[in-house]
Write a protein that binds this ligand. Structure first.
Ligand code: RUB
Length: 269
């Protein structure tokens, strides 16, 4: 495949969420950028997922002349530092709740399992694109016990109702780390609020390169994802992300360690 075709393929896969999650999007965008390093390439890539500051941060580095391999190395190095922090927070027999699909969260949980922690995971299917199924399959393949809930069962799953166990920890990924809180998949804010109400520790697990001081737009996605061929007289909204204020966040785990949210902001500002 020539470079032009490879670029279009990656761009399509990012747009259609075949490549999803901040980490995978940033890595794929980097690969695509190096096929034709130019301003217009960068602009095109950034337009595909507007709520992804890590993609912008890595493309800025690429534009400034830093080698691809050097930038790519960061992702694994960050994850290797995140993993033991997540491990430390998990007690044996913990029930851990997560949402959507986050590479940072999934890798850390798989690491904890491999290192002998005994825990199980509750997760949501994450409509309309069902990224939760990807999480469930990945964790199950690693031998982790997983229970999948419809998004509308979040309240049941988090509040020990109808036969569910007490959730001890919530680990969510992030797309953007801002001064006053984080942006992640829709559904995250209600999970954060319920966690506070139920006194469940709520942690963000994320590479610090997702931090930005800029204003981040919230991506609105195609209405067909919610209801393909819906009757024309029904209005549909399909927001992809939402903001979680820092008051709900027990702590943030990045390659800099486990920190209070304000402490993290101070560190990276
Ligand atoms: C994915 C999502 C993930 C973050 C973090 O949304 O909200 O929680 O991107 O991911 P989408 P990671 O499926 O719309 O991209 O930990 O992989 O960087």
């Amino acid at each position: 495949m020539d470079k032009k075709k490879r670029f279009s393929q990656i761009a399509r896969d990012i747009k259609n969420i075949k490549i999803q999650g901040a980490t995978n999007v940033a890595k794929a965008a980097l690969r695509a950028y190096y096929l034709n390093p130019a301003k217009k390439t960068k602009t095109k890539l950034l337009s595909l997922r507007p709520t992804e500051p890590m993609m912008e941060n890595v493309l800025d580095l690429a534009e400034s002349g830093i080698a691809k391999e050097e930038i790519l190395r960061h992702f694994d190095e960050a994850q290797e530092k995140i993993n033991p922090c997540v491990f430390k927070l998990i007690k044996n027999k913990s029930v851990i709740f997560t949402h959507c699909h986050s590479t940072n969260v999934a890798r850390a949980l798989i690491y904890a399992k491999k290192k002998g922690k005994k825990f199980e995971v509750y997760n949501t299917e994450t409509r309309p694109l069902f990224q939760g199924r990807k999480t469930a399959k990945e964790l199950r393949k690693a031998g982790i016990k997983v229970t999948l809930f419809a998004d509308s069962s979040i309240g049941v799953a988090l509040s020990k109702e109808q036969g569910t166990k007490k959730v001890n920890l919530v680990f969510l990924g992030a797309d953007a780390l801002l001064k006053k809180g984080v942006i992640n998949k829709v559904g995250s804010e209600i999970i954060a609020r319920l966690s506070k109400q139920e006194k469940i520790s709520f942690y963000i697990v994320a590479d610090s390169w997702k931090f930005t001081k800029e204003k981040v737009p919230l991506e609105q996605r195609s209405l067909n994802e919610v209801w393909d061929n819906a009757p024309k007289n029904i209005k549909i909204k399909n927001p992809a992300f939402e903001f979680i204020p820092k008051k709900y966040i027990t702590g943030i785990i990045t390659e800099h360690g486990i920190m209070k949210y304000d402490q993290f902001v101070k560190k990276v500002s």
